[in-house]
Design a protein around this ligand. Structure first.
Ligand code: G3P
Length: 217
């Protein structure tokens, strides 16, 4: 399973990249706004840090304008994945951009029918938003499970990119459901490593070791 960082904060991305923990990055207009930085500057920097796919989202609503924006974004670096919304215009833009050999991430997916259309449009990634479905009292993880079955039934190569991840449980459940990629806010990526029994066990090993008086180096 691939791990993407769901952020436009270059400091955080560099830190995670040093740990060798991320395979790509996803951004969206809200994350770019939160960074307070120029969209091109920040995307160029991210693409310098990370070799894997970096999602950059169009903001046009008409397919021809999305294509123009997507082509411009794709000029930033070869690892840009153009992100388009799951609308009819977005699907049309996806088809055109993917036929030009560009990676396309179709975002804001909330149903398995939408995911089916994205695969038929040649999407590289489909981004079902788990947390936002949970917010409505639905079970976002069921959507990942359904898309996995549908894509496997027809051998679609579109990767399922679990998005809107709000907790470590979302990460493990996405892995169990067979998501290909999970995009996770950095704070949650760090939480994945934490377990109180690990901390407690380490404390007791180190306390015992101190009493031996030995050194390893
Ligand atoms: O990758 C999409 C993600 O950023 C949306 O997350 O928490 O705003 O639903 P959220």
């Amino acid at each position: 399973m691939e791990f993407f960082a769901d952020t436009a904060e270059t400091k955080e991305i560099a830190e995670l990249s040093d740990f060798g923990m991320i395979d790509g990055v996803t951004t969206n207009p809200s994350l770019i706004k939160k960074s307070g930085r120029d969209v091109f500057q920040v995307l160029e920097e991210i693409c310098d840090i990370v070799d894997g796919p970096v999602s950059a989202e169009v903001v046009a609503v008409k397919s021809e304008d999305m294509v123009t924006e997507g082509r411009r974004l794709a000029q930033i670096a070869t690892n840009i994945a153009v992100k388009v919304p799951l609308t009819l215009d977005g699907l049309k833009a996806c088809k055109i951009l993917s036929s030009e050999g560009k990676m396309v991430n179709v975002t804001l997916c909330f149903s398995s029918n939408q995911a089916l259309l994205a695969a038929k449009a040649g999407a590289t990634f489909i981004s079902p938003f788990i947390g936002r479905l949970d917010d409505l009292g639905m079970n976002g993880m069921n959507l990942i499970e359904d898309i996995r079955v549908i894509y496997d039934n027809y051998a679609f190569e579109t990767k399922i990119l679990a998005a809107s991840i709000r907790s470590p449980v979302h990460v493990s459940e996405s892995a169990l459901a067979g998501a290909d990629v999970v995009t996770v806010p950095p704070a949650i990526i760090k939480k994945l490593a934490h377990h109180p029994l690990t901390d407690k066990g380490l404390q007791s090993f180190l306390a015992d070791w101190d009493q031996t008086g030995m050194r390893i180096v």
